[in-house]
Each structure stands twice: as C-alpha cells, then as structure tokens.
Design a protein around this ligand. Structure first.
Ligand code: DQA
Length: 145
C-alpha cells in the first residue's frame, strides 16, 4: 500500500511560523513522525511539500499514474481558496483524508471553508502532527475494505 502525503504552502516553515498555533516542531520532525507511522502501519509513504498551487495539482495528478493508493493532504492556505486542488482530487478519484494541524473551525471566518475537504472522505482537524498519523490509519483501514 502506497500513500502520498501532500503539504501545502508555509508548512516547510513549521517550527518558525506562528509557534503558538503550530507548535515548535519543524517540518523534518513532521516527516519523521509520518515515516514512523508508515513503518508501524506497514505501508509505503511519499512526502511532498510545495508552496505552489500548480505543483500541488501536478503531484496529485501524478498519483493517478504512479500506483498511489491514497492521499493525505494538508493544503494549508490553499484549503480555503483552491478549486484547482479540489478538482485534481476529484479527477484522480483516490481515497483522500484532509489534515489541519490547528483547529481551523475556531479560527478566522476565511478559514471556515475547505474546498479540498469536499473531495476527502475523512477530516483530522486540530490534532497537531498526530492528525497525519490518524489520517494514515484511516486510509489504511479504508483501503483494506
Ligand atoms: C493549516 C490551517 C490553514 O488555515 C493555514 O493556512 C495553514 C495551516 C493547518 O494545518 O492548521 O497554513 O492548514
């Protein structure tokens, strides 16, 4: 089983950006947690981070052709703006789970809409880094069915 983990803009700045919201662990620590979770679940994992909307669309499209079984996505700020990422997720029709480190439901009004989330079968919001682990677990269980 092969999972693709997609992280959007500014998530490479974890550990530096707004620590009171996202915590003090950096992107490398997040990648280490995701790889450990993949080992525990016995699946393959590929990590992708980009600050560019089109690059994220390209990577999601590529997943259709490269044998990816499921996608975990934190589109970051593009969550709230990108119909292109929503359409890419719909186009590839792979099971997908949405993750947000912070609890977006308790933040600014502009964070209350999630376009990408409309193409996701599960949502792990406000659980910190552990949300990625939970999303991977959900995908593995869903794919086994
Ligand atoms: C985020 C929430 C988004 O609103 C924000 O733009 C991010 C990170 C999160 O993981 O909590 O960059 O997706």
């Amino acid at each position: 089983m092969k999972l693709l983990i997609v992280n959007g803009p500014n998530l490479n700045m974890l550990g530096i950006r707004e620590k009171h919201i996202y915590g003090d662990r950096d992107y490398d620590a997040l990648c280490a947690l995701i790889r450990a979770e993949a080992d525990r679940l016995g699946c393959e994992v590929e990590l992708f981070q980009s600050n560019h909307e089109g690059a994220i669309v390209d990577r999601i499209q590529q997943a259709y052709f490269d044998g990816t079984d499921g996608i975990v996505i934190n589109p970051a700020a593009y969550t709230h703006t990108s119909v292109a990422i929503l359409d890419a997720l719909k186009a590839v029709q792979l099971p997908a789970a949405e993750v947000h480190i912070s609890d977006v439901s308790k933040r600014e009004p502009f964070r209350q809409i999630s376009y990408a989330g409309m193409a996701c079968g599960a949502h792990f919001i406000g659980l910190g880094f552990q949300g990625y682990g939970k999303a991977m677990e959900w995908l593995v269980e869903t794919l086994k069915k």
